[in-house]
Design a protein around this ligand. Sequence first.
Ligand code: SF4
Ligand code: F3S
Length: 112
Amino acid sequence: MTYVVTDNCIRCKYMDCVEVCPVDCFYEGENMLVINPSECIDCGVCEPECPAEAILPDTENGLEKWLELNTKYSAEWPNITVKGEAPADADAMKGVEGKLEKFFSPEPGSGD
Ligand code: SF4
Ligand code: F3S
């Protein structure tokens, strides 16, 4: 089991999650973060920290595609352990539906 970052993170990217993770397993894309499932120790500490409720345990139904996406991009994107600045329109993007289709970017972020 692992926790995964899902749709709600895209273009919200608050980054409140990164500093609480005891094993530093968040990775940064241009407009979302992902978790490396093989590094995550399932502590659950990050889940309530996310203002967008984007982090979920992969035991919930229907999260297979997110597990795949977190696995793929955590191998490509840089590690992030320090909270940066959220996008200016993060609050406006909160809860918007279909963000994966509309806004996902495979480009890496800058990391720490
Ligand atoms: Fe890190 Fe724990 Fe969240 Fe996994 S569940 S990403 S180990 S804070
Ligand atoms: Fe994304 Fe939530 Fe972290 S919006 S960057 S998972 S705090």
